[in-house]
Design a protein around this ligand. Structure first.
Ligand SMILES: [Zn+2]
Length: 127
């Protein structure tokens, strides 16, 4: 068993491995597999296969910088939604329309005017 473990470590050396983007792709693939139980569609099956191949390609890739850039792009895209979910009970999270800065304001304060900390644009928002 130890020999196999060492072989695996050696094989994965210099390869990218797993990240948040891969995990999200895997969840999408799993959802598609469940949908596939009810809807038989060759296009759906192909999509699942392509997704799984892409996930493996990313995991085993030696171009670590490119994979990190993809992951960064993904994280930048989902960050406002993660914050919205994280602070859903106490804050309202949105992006500045001018500079895309993520802004978080407390809930239940009525209609307020917020100044973007980055570009100083004034935004009126219901909280
Ligand atoms: Zn701004």
């Amino acid at each position: 068993m130890n020999k196999f473990k060492n072989k695996m470590i050696q094989f994965m050396q210099g390869r990218y491995g797993n990240d948040a983007f891969n995990q999200a792709l895997f969840v999408i693939a799993l959802i598609l597999v469940v949908v596939q139980l009810f809807v038989k569609n060759i296009l759906l099956s192909s999509l699942v296969l392509i997704l799984l191949i892409y996930i493996n390609y990313r995991t085993l890739s030696r171009n670590i910088v490119a994979r990190q850039l993809e992951n960064d792009r993904y994280l930048r895209l989902v960050k406002p939604y993660q914050l919205q979910w994280q602070y859903r009970k106490t804050h309202k999270v949105f992006r500045c329309k001018q500079c895309k800065q993520i802004i978080r304001v407390p809930k239940g304060k009525g209609t307020i005017e917020v100044t973007c900390p980055k570009c100083k644009t004034k935004i009126t928002k219901r909280t």
